[in-house]
Design a protein around this ligand. Sequence first.
Ligand code: HEM
Length: 407
Amino acid sequence: MAAVSDELHYNPYAFATHDDPYATYRRMRDEAPAYWNPELKFWALSRFDDVLEAFRDFDTFSSAGGVALENRRPVNRQMDEFSQMIELDPPDHTLFRKLVSRVFTGRKVNDMESSIRAIVNGYIDTVIEAGEGDLVADITGPFPMDVISEILGIPVGDRTELRTSADKILIRNDGSMEIPHEAAEGMFELLAYFTNDLLTRSPGDGRGLISDLLELEVDGRALTESELLGFCVLFVIAGHETTTKMVANTIELLSHHTDQRDRLVADLSLAPHAIEEVLRFHNSTQYMHRTLTRDIEMHGQQMHEGDSVLLHIGAANHDEREFGPTAEQFDIDRRPDRHLGFGYGAHFCLGAALARMEGKVAIEEIHRRMPDYTVDHQAKQRFHSGNVTGWTSLPIAFTPGPKEATS
Ligand code: HEM
C-alpha cells in the first residue's frame, strides 16, 4: 500500500522544503513536469527546456500579474503605490529597461571593481582581528547595499536603516502565502523613505541614478512618482537581497566541500567559477511567477488563462536532461554553457554583471584573508521566504589576521 507521504507535494513556503528542496524538485521534473498545487493554486514548470521556453514566451507567460506568487493579481491591474518594469511585458517593458540598462553594462561594472573590493575589505576588517564573526551580519549582509547605494546615490548614513527595512520584505511564515505584518511594514518603510528622498532631489544634481532618472523621459514624458518609486524599490530589493544571499550560500556550500574550498584558496582565479556554480546549483532566486494569457496544454495538463505558473529556476538548474548525470552535484569545475540563475529573455537580470563582480570580489577576499574559516552549522539560521534562499546568520571562525584599511 502506498504511504500517504509518498504523494508529491510542493509548498514553496514550507520551512521543511527550504532545508532540502532538491528531492522534491527532482520528483516534480520526473513525475509532474507541469505540477499543480491545488491549495495554493499554482502550476510549476521544473524542466530546463520548459522553464527557458516560458521565460522566452512573454506573450503567453506574462509578468504583468506580478512576479511573486503572493503578490499575484489580474494581469491588467497595476499595484497602487508603485509600478516596476519587472512587472511589465514588452513593448512597454523595453522602454523602461532602455532607460537604465547603460548603468549596468560589463564595462561600467568593471570600473567599479576596486571600489567594491574596498567596501568588502572594510567589512572584513571589522572581524579579521577577532578571528570570529557572523558572516552575514558582519560582511555579506551589508556590502551589497553599499554597492547599490553608491550607484543610486543613497547617503551613507541612511543605508543601515534601509537595509533593515529591505531585509523584512521577503520574510514569510511557515507554509503560508500570506504576507506577514513585518514584511508589509518593511515595504511601507522603503516607500516612505524614497517618497521623502525624491523630494530632496532635482534633475541633474549629480547624486546618482535616482536623480538621473528625474531627467529622463519615456514616451515623451517624465517618469511619474509611481514609476520612480518602482525603480527605487526594484533596485534596492533586487540589488541587495539576492546578492547578499548568493555570497553566504557560496561560503556555506564550500564549508561542506573543503577540497573545493582548498583549491580555491590556492587559486583565487577559480572564484568566478565558484559563483557561477552557486548560481546554478543553489541560486538565491528559486523561481519567478508568471500569469497565463491564454489556455495551453503542457505534459497532458490543461492550463487556463489567468492561471499562476512558477518558472522554477532552482529545479531547472538541476535537470539531468540539461546538465547530465552529475547535475545534482556541486562542482566548481563545471563550465555549463548556460543556466537560468539570472532568468532568461526580456527580463534577464539587469544586474547580472554587477552580481557576478560582487560575488567574485567577495569570494576572492574572504578566501585570501580568512582561508581556513569554519562554519558553525549548529548555530546558523536559515532565511525563510517564498522564492529567495539564504541565511540570516552564519557564524564563522578563522585564524585572526591584520586589518588592511588605509583610512
Ligand atoms: C545573485 C544575484 C542575483 C540574482 C540571482 C538575480 C536574479 C534575477 C532574476 C532571476 C531575474 C529575472 C526576473 C524575471 O524574469 O521576472 C532578475 C531580474 C532583475 N534583476 Fe537580478 N539578480 C541578482 C542580482 C541583481 C543585482 C545586483 C541587481 C542590481 C541592479 C539586479 C537587478 C535586477 C533587475 C532590475 C531585474 C529586472 C529586469 C527586467 O525587468 O528587465 N539583480 N534578477
